[in-house]
Design a protein around this ligand. Structure first.
Ligand code: FPP
Length: 249
C-alpha cells in the first residue's frame, strides 16, 4: 500500500519516451522496446490504483508518429490491439473506463473497432479512467475544435461574441475530463511535443531521465513527491484554492 503524501494529483498524464533507446541499449529491434513499454503501461495502471489517481492519460501515438517506418507503425498498432485484448479483463475487474482521444479516423479499422467496443463496454465504470492519446496532437485537437465552433457559427447556433475559453474547452476531444495536474515525461527531454497543449496550461511538469520501459514504482513515487512539493498558484499569489476561469480542476 502506498504511504500518504500531502496531496495526490487527480489526473496524471505521461509522455512515454525512450522505448527506442531502451531497445538500442540492449541490441534489440525498436519494437521490443515498445513491447517493454506496454508492460510499463500495465505497471503504471497498477500504481495509479495504489495511489488513488482517478485519471491516467498516456501519449501512446502522436500524429507525428505516422512518419516512422511502416513496419514500426504497424507493430505499434498491433501492440495496441494485443494490449487491449490482454488488459480488457483488468479494466472490467477494476471498473476502469477506457477513453481515446485523437484523430481516430486515421487509425486502422480493426483498431477503431476494438477501441470503440472497449470504450462502450467500460462506459458505465467509475473505478478510474484510462485515456489513450492515439493519432493525437494538441494542435490538431485545437484545429478540430476551431472547425466545429466555426460550423456552429455558420449554422447560426453560436454567436462569435459568445465564444469564451469555456467554448473552446467544450469542443476538445474529452471535455468532461479534468485537466492533468501532473505531466511526467520520461527519458530526459524537456518538451511537451504537442501533447495536451490546451489542457497543460497549469499542469506541473516532471521530467525524469528514466527510459519509459524502466519506469517503476520508485520513479512513480518520486514524481508524486515532486508534485506534492509544488506550490500551485494558477497565476495568483498562492495560499488559496481559487481556480482561474476555464479551469475545471
Ligand atoms: C516513444 O518512444 C514511444 C512511442 C512513440 C510509443 C509509445 C508506445 C508504447 C509505450 C507501447 C504501446 C502503448 C500502449 C498503450 C499499449 P521512442 O520510440 O520515441 O523512443 P526513443 O526516443 O528512445 O527512440
Amino acid at each position: 500500500m502506498a504511504e500518504k503524501l500531502p496531496k495526490i494529483p487527480l489526473h496524471v498524464a505521461f509522455i512515454m519516451d525512450g522505448n527506442g533507446r531502451w531497445a538500442r541499449a540492449r541490441g534489440l529491434p525498436r519494437l521490443k522496446g515498445h513491447e517493454a513499454g506496454a508492460d510499463a503501461v500495465r505497471r503504471v495502471m497498477g500504481y495509479c490504483r495504489d495511489w488513488g489517481i482517478r485519471y491516467l492519460t498516456l501519449y501512446a501515438f502522436s500524429t507525428e508518429n505516422w512518419s516512422r517506418p511502416a513496419l514500426e507503425v504497424a507493430g505499434l498498432m498491433k501492440l495496441l490491439m494485443v494490449f487491449l485484448r490482454n488488459n480488457e479483463r483488468e479494466l472490467h475487474e477494476h471498473r476502469v473506463r477506457l477513453r481515446v482521444i485523437g484523430r481516430r479516423a486515421d487509425l486502422p479499422a480493426a483498431v477503431v473497432r476494438q477501441i470503440t467496443r472497449v470504450e462502450a463496454a467500460t462506459a458505465g465504470y467509475d473505478g478510474g479512467t484510462l485515456i489513450l492519446a492515439l493519432s493525437y496532437s494538441g494542435r490538431s485537437e485545437l484545429a478540430q475544435a476551431a472547425r466545429r465552433i466555426a460550423e456552429e457559427v455558420a449554422a447560426g447556433t453560436l454567436k462569435p461574441d459568445s465564444i469564451s475559453e469555456a467554448t473552446v474547452a467544450a469542443h476538445l476531444y474529452a471535455p468532461d475530463i479534468p485537466d492533468p495536474d501532473l505531466i511526467v515525461r520520461t527519458s530526459g527531454e524537456f518538451r511537451l511535443s504537442n501533447f495536451l497543449l490546451w489542457q497543460a496550461a497549469y499542469s506541473e511538469l516532471v521530467v525524469t531521465p528514466v527510459l519509459w520501459p524502466d519506469f517503476g514504482a520508485d520513479d512513480f513515487r518520486a514524481a508524486l513527491e515532486a508534485y506534492a512539493e509544488r506550490d500551485r498558484r494558477f497565476g495568483g499569489i498562492g495560499g488559496g484554492d481559487a481556480l482561474p476561469e476555464g479551469r475545471n480542476t
